[in-house]
Design a protein around this ligand. Sequence first.
Ligand code: DUC
Ligand code: ZN
Ligand code: ZN
Ligand code: ZN
Length: 488
Amino acid sequence: SSSKLLIKGGTVVNAHHQEIADVYVEDGIIVSVQPNIMVGDDVTVLDATGKYIMPGGIDPHTHLAMEFMGTETIDDFFSGQAAALAGGTTMHIDFVIPVNGSLTAGYESYTQKAKKSCMDYGFHMAVTKWDEVVARDMEIMVKDKGINSFKFFLAYKGSLMINDELLLEAFKKCKSLGALAMVHAENGDAVAEGQKRMIELGITGPEGHPLSRPPVLEGEATARAIRLAGFINTPLYIVHVMSIDAMEEIAKAQKLGQKVIGEPVTSGLVLDDSKLWDPDFTTAAKYVMSPPIRKLGHGKALQAALSTGVLQLVGTDHCTFNSTQKAFGIDDFRKIPNGVNGIEERMHVVWDLMVESGQISVTDYVRITSAECARIFNIYPRKGAILAGSDADIIILNPNSSVEISAKSHHSRTDTNVYEGLKMKGKVEVTIAGGRVVWENDELKVIPGSGRYIKMSPFNYLFSGISKADAAYLSSLKAPVRRFRDQS
Ligand code: DUC
Ligand code: ZN
Ligand code: ZN
Ligand code: ZN
């Protein structure tokens, strides 16, 4: 039966180690990893000779079926996940957006949207306002709903943005719950000022987008978030690191011993902002995302930071709008829905850019596309590893084959692709999700409803008693000065 699978003769790669071995799978679970496994004829055998057998990708950053900027992303939990599977990604973590500020309503809404899932998924939760109800709901999310990370927007003034006072409250709450704080780091007040400037100058086209929110605003917000998280002494995860400015702030904090995680995204690694000046609106508008895709040079620096460990894992911020939706901003770049594709392309782009180019090893590839994400969000080694007992989320990658990326052949519902025309060495020939072959011979065999919600538990190590860093801080404090009232 198809519930038993043997992958023969490939090189099995984990984040720590690679070896030539067979992988035997039963009922969605990896049963054994060793050379020369013998099986009966009821087992489907896949030959992986000369190829890599690796954990399926885990995308830590996606927006499927998200209502945003007056519209809804064109990829939902089925189409976005089908695209992911065709590109070798077998799990993603999506951002639940609260409904009218309510976390519980947001959670219910996303639970409904995700019912059509064809691969495993988890949730982060965005927090867009602050009061006692939100604080209580954060606790419910962590204790009952399997969410262990919360995202705060320092941009999107007037909608998603929260100020420093609320950010500090939120960091404290994350710390007490054992949840990871994440930030979208751009200074929203300064972005609003930058946009006003562009409009006053008569710059209303897509090029106004990068011009209105330069790297310095990302660097400032990144530094501020890092320092405030350091002040509260809670770990921080910076989503979509797009600029040298932000990356250098992360590197500096890490050198001082602070726990800061940096996530670049596919678009920021491989693209530059030149296309935003394309005279054709549709062409230019498809590249509009926030923070913006930066000038040539930033991507290279982010690749280097990934290879040295300053940045630890790659996401996509997959958030697709078609040309009709992008055209909402034809007269005003501020109304172009922000977002680019990537969930299907990430594994191929990162392989070509980082491994094929010689910047990182194959084991590092597994770490930055899968294992590190699983570790950070507390689901390793169930996910992110080819080990006995792990979920059978597996890809077979042929390093000698290649793919050419195009909207004509991609599986996303959007009609454009920001990686259009890129030829990438290395091809994901087979994707196995939950023990089923879902992508083979360029064909998808996906089943709506087969994806499972993966609960993620909090991080007790940070919060059982007092952390080492807290203890060091407290013992460094001088005793308070005692003052006595004048009794005379
Ligand atoms: N940036 C985007 O480009 N899209 C979704 C949200 C975000 O922060
Ligand atoms: Zn091993
Ligand atoms: Zn964001
Ligand atoms: Zn995002």
